[in-house]
Design a protein around this ligand. Structure first.
Ligand code: PEP
Ligand code: MN
Length: 363
């Protein structure tokens, strides 16, 4: 059963109205000058309401720049005072939480490496205690919705209700143009399960490069995500961390100006046409499910036949030939190679399982 989350929407705790909510700032706070220059650039963009900067940086290998530590918190206080932006930092342990709260940080976030560890999440929640300050929970590195939900639920059950999820993509062993594959189906499922939980998108860590950022932002809003957490640096080429994915404040402003925010619902004619197309989809899906059920039945019959004749389940030659034929047929119908491959693999996996079940059945 899906547990209920008690979420206070940002509209109730943000001192400013922000829809969508845009959080921007450098990957890392590097110097007072870098922080201030970036913050002043961002404060000129009306849609930006919250400044972000990493003070304690989780690095894959030791020896890389690990953040400026608490001295950066003073710079963030200055940002807050001089620009009016709210300020946010990443926390990974109770000491970070205490320092951040002592310096008047408005919003905390838990990073992808910390969120996988229930002990760490618990300790962070305990350190926040009854303060109920806003916390953003990034998705774990691996595509595991349950872990992501678990961390959100854990904090929520500790009384934290000003929660937002941040989708930052997932590490993925296949080659992909993204640094972290977006796997949009995962944040979409999160939204389906918890419609009242705001889901922000971090296009910087998804893309890993500047070029793909505008299209990823557009996609995020087309999928009704609630805002952005984006890395912005006044001089990205000199950034000490994540330099390829940071953009300048001016570039962010241009991207936001070009963004098309589609409305969730339109005119009556539009709604009618949409309804018509949707019922066509419903009908097709019904047929698809019927076909899938029939296909599985045939697969089971083959399993029974193989069992009677003592033949192995997996027959690679047949499988390779089938895949190639389906890909070719799909391409003729305008369906991509990757799509057909994924589809056939899913069908094959289920088919093999069905045949294993048949083999194991006592006759
Ligand atoms: C970050 O936002 O700077 C960061 C380290 O992100 P993530 O935890 O998503 O890797
Ligand atoms: Mn970063």
């Amino acid at each position: 059963m899906t547990p209920i989350l008690h979420i206070t929407p940002p509209a109730q705790w943000l001192p400013v109205s922000a829809e969508p909510l845009i959080i921007a700032g450098p990957c890392s706070a590097e110097s007072e000058q870098q922080v201030m220059e970036t913050a002043f650039g961002l404060a000129d963009i009306p849609q930006v309401k919250v400044f972000r900067a990493g003070i304690w940086k989780p690095r894959t290998r030791p020896g890389a720049f690990e953040g400026v530590g608490i001295s950066g918190l003073k710079w963030l206080q200055r940002v807050k005072k001089e620009t009016g932006l709210l300020v946010s930092v990443e926390v990974a342990n109770p000491r970070h939480v205490k320092e951040a709260l002592d310096h008047g940080i408005d919003i905390l976030w838990i990073g992808a490496r910390t969120v996988v560890n229930p002990f760490a999440v618990q300790e962070i929640g305990e350190a926040i205690g009854s303060l109920n300050i806003p916390v953003m929970i990034k998705n774990p590195l691996n595509p595991d919705l349950k872990t992501w939900i678990g961390a959100i639920e854990r904090l929520n059950q500790m009384g934290l209700e000003k929660l937002m999820a941040v989708h930052r993509g997932f590490s993925f062993f296949n080659r992909s143009p993204y640094r972290n594959a977006p796997m949009w189906e995962i944040p979409i499922e999160l939204k389906r399960l918890y419609p009242n939980l705001p889901v922000m998108v971090d296009p910087s860590h998804i893309c890993g490069n500047r070029e793909m950022i505008p299209a990823t932002i557009q996609k995020a809003f087309d999928l009704e995500m609630n805002g952005l957490m984006i890395e912005v640096h006044h001089n990205p080429s000199k950034a000490l961390t994540d330099k390829n994915q940071q953009i300048t404040p001016v570039q962010l402003q241009e991207i936001l100006a070009r963004l098309i925010l589609r409305r969730e619902s339109g005119s009556i004619e539009f709604e009618n046409k949409l309804e018509e197309l949707r019922s066509e989809i419903d009908k097709l899906d019904e047929e698809l499910i019927d076909i899938l059920a029939r296909r599985m039945k045939v697969v089971e019959d083959i399993g029974t036949y193989k069992k009677t004749n003592k033949i192995t389940i997996l027959q690679l030659k047949r499988w390779n030939q089938l895949i190639n034929e389906r890909i070719e047929a799909g391409e003729k119908m305008g369906l991509s190679r990757e799509f057909i491959l994924k589809l056939m693999q899913t069908l094959h996996e289920e088919g093999i399982q069905r045949q294993i079940d048949v083999m194991n059945q006592k006759t």
